[in-house]
Design a protein. Structure first.
Length: 666
């Protein structure tokens, strides 16, 4: 809050001057409405009032001058008043700043599904969070078991009904939920617990599922932890059925838009809300990697996860909301200006009939073809990736099988996972990166935890038997569809030679003809590898730029260290030059070059590097639509010269300025 500091000026008797330092605390800053309010207030005092910000000054009574100050949330301003009412004027104006100009509008951050904007009134989804616990007599055991069996039967029927629309993604999640209902922890153990513990059905179910939920929560992997929510939500749904009270949902009247708000949601809730026609979904739990989030993205439903729980509890039914799932923001009680700002944005909900079809070819405005693929780590992400329009999987991170366990996965376990990904891709290509364990992927204080330690191909070649297990599993899975194998952290041609030798041995051991091996590629993520590309190209069939690591190695910045993370500047001339050289060399060497780091998901950077010759990008599924749209507005012809100027260097600031011109040029 602002604390005005008033003082009487010394210069001449009768002349009053007062000052105050204030901060802009309302979300949208000093926009038109608060500027007008300040002007009206200032005109009521016998004083000349000036407001200063960042070297600029404005009369408090001039709306235009106040707007030109460009004071946003967090800006610090100086107020000065001169005249008989100086002190009273400063106190009043400072109070208006401290009150946030009386705006009810708030913005709550969260993790968005990146599926556009939803506008509507709050509908609170009530959940049976209080699970009853009481003892029962032996004579009531059969009745309690019957209540549980009926709840499971009803939920199973409801899940099957969810799948009636013929939607492939919903079908996959429905199958998963039916499988969960058939598991021992639900279908058998609770009934036994009722008899052994003489407890009510709700509590018996909780005791059995808590064990499973705790195992998920004990994992050090955030994605695996998120799956505990699936079982928690199933528990709540079954408890609600046994209490004979369904979760209350207002009927969606035709033309009425509503945004569901809940403490937590599961996959079934997302499908329920989608089928019922709700505009969006907001919850205080979950994360971008939860099943609920994956499903929301696949259905194209605007959703926001991990929003402040206390703030959501304070929302009343029908409170107006704007859910911006692209920016990850929830606007509560937006004023007219905010509503106007979002008026042209509509939720990009894809109709069920449109999903599952082959995506339209991505082309620039002048007809240049660019291939867009998705990065994934878990099989759950496969369907949403293709629903988002991916042409294939450009980066399948295999290390998820190796993390957070005491043993290593065997060949058979790996084969099952890889084969499922290939089969699930329906003939679209899948590029598997061999395990890159260490540093940000589960370092333990050993040499694996160093950004420049025993990572990727270095670790694999030190353990050839384990590496060949992975290669054999990949080769066996390649029988089910197109596949490519990508090797991480390669910098020496000898490393690639040894990896190919082991691959040929693995092929011989699995009976794979040596002339039918999957294409083998190298990740370009070490600056030295950029300069070794002519040697690497003798063995490598393709290259993929891993921009995350390439930037951190080029600039000596550990991207996981907060103190220096901001120095990892993608506009640094050294970074631009390295990436441009990689793309150019790939073309000269006759090798495909793709980009699969975070930079590929930046629409402006995607346009820049495609202008320089890149024709393949791989990114998180949620970014595909934005990149496709940007490329569709971009023309490569006539932009190459400016792109080459960008690649030629200059300061990061100069490059940013050129990039802005590059963007505006279309």
């Amino acid at each position: 809050m602002s604390r005005p500091t008033s003082k009487r000026a010394k210069p001449s008797p009768g002349k009053r001057i007062a000052h105050a330092a204030v901060e802009v605390i309302n979300d949208w800053g000093l926009h038109a409405r608060p500027s007008a309010a300040l002007g009206r207030l200032a005109k009521g005092f016998d004083a000349k009032i000036t407001i200063r910000h960042d070297g600029r000054k404005a009369s408090a009574s001039s709306i235009a001058q106040l707007l030109i100050l460009e004071a946003v949330k967090g800006s610090h301003l100086e107020l000065e008043a001169e005249g008989p009412d100086a002190e009273e004027a400063i106190a009043a104006l400072a109070g208006m700043f401290a009150d946030g100009f009386g705006e009810d509008h708030r913005v709550l951050p969260g993790e968005g599904s990146r599926c556009g904007v939803a506008v509507g009134g709050v509908h609170i989804l009530h959940q049976a969070n209080d699970i009853p616990h009481y003892s029962i007599p032996k004579t009531a055991v059969a009745q309690e078991q019957k209540r549980l069996a009926q709840a499971i039967k009803d939920e199973r029927r409801h899940v099957r009904e969810l799948d009636k629309g013929g939607d492939r993604l919903i079908a996959e999640f429905s199958s998963m939920m039916l499988g969960m209902l058939d598991e021992e922890h639900v279908a058998a153990q609770p009934a036994q617990q009722i008899r052994a513990g003489l407890v009510n059905a709700e509590w018996a179910l909780k005791v059995c599922l808590d064990e499973v939920i705790e195992q998920f929560n004990a994992s050090g992997n955030e994605v695996i932890q998120a799956h505990a929510n699936d079982y928690s939500q199933m528990l709540l749904r079954l408890v609600g059925r046994m209490a004979a009270t369904r979760r209350k949902r207002a009927k969606v009247r035709e033309g009425t838009k509503r945004v569901v708000v809940s403490a937590s949601v599961g996959a079934a809730d997302v499908i329920d809300c989608y089928r019922a026609g709700y505009a969006g979904l907001v919850t205080s739990s979950g994360s971008y990697s939860s099943h609920a989030a994956i499903l929301a993205r696949g259905l194209g439903m605007p959703a926001l996860f991990a929003v402040d729980a206390k703030a959501l509890r304070g929302l009343a039914e029908d409170t107006q909301l704007i859910l911006d799932s692209d920016a990850g923001e929830l606007h509560v009680k937006p004023d007219k200006e905010v509503v106007k700002r979002f008026a042209k944005k509509t939720a990009r909900r894809r109709p069920p009939a449109a999903r599952g079809k082959a995506p339209a070819a991505t082309k620039t405005r002048d007809g240049v073809r660019v291939h867009l693929h998705a990065n994934i780590e878990f099989l759950d992400e496969l369907a949403p990736a293709y629903a988002a329009g991916a042409e294939g999987i450009g980066l399948y991170r295999t290390e998820f099988l190796f993390l957070n366990r005491d043993d290593e996965p065997g060949e058979e376990e790996q084969y099952v996972a890889y084969a499922a990904a290939v089969k699930g891709s329906g003939g679209r290509p899948v590029t598997f990166r061999t395990a890159d364990i260490g540093h940000d992927k589960g370092g333990d204080g050993s040499s694996h935890s160093s950004a420049m330690g025993l990572r990727g191909i270095r670790d694999s070649l030190r353990r050839p038997a384990a590496f060949k297990e992975q290669l054999r599993a990949l080769l066996r899975a390649s029988a089910h569809g197109p596949m490519r194998i990508m090797l991480p952290m390669v910098v020496h041609a000898a490393e690639l030679d040894e990896a190919v030798r082991l691959l040929r041995e693995a092929a011989s051991e699995t009976g794979q003809p040596p002339d039918r091996l999957p294409p083998v590629g190298v990740m370009i993520e070490i600056p030295g590898a950029v300069y070794a590309m002519p040697q690497l190209a003798r063995r490598a069939d393709f290259f993929a730029i891993g921009t995350n690591d390439l930037i951190q190695y080029a600039l000596a910045v550990d991207r996981n260290l907060a103190e220096v993370a901001e120095l990892a500047d993608s506009c640094h001339p050294g970074v631009i030059s390295l990436l441009a050289r990689t793309v150019r060399q790939g073309k000269e060497l006759g090798r495909e070059v793709t980009m699969c780091g975070e930079l590929a998901a930046d629409p402006l950077m995607a346009c820049l590097y495609c202008t320089l010759g890149l024709r393949g990008l791989s990114m998180g599924a949620g970014k595909i639509e934005a990149v496709r749209a940007a490329l569709g507005r971009h023309s490569i012809r006539g932009r190459r010269r400016l792109a080459e100027r960008l690649a030629a260097g200059g300061s990061a600031a100069e490059i940013r300025e050129l990039l802005q011109g590059f963007a505006e040029g279309g």
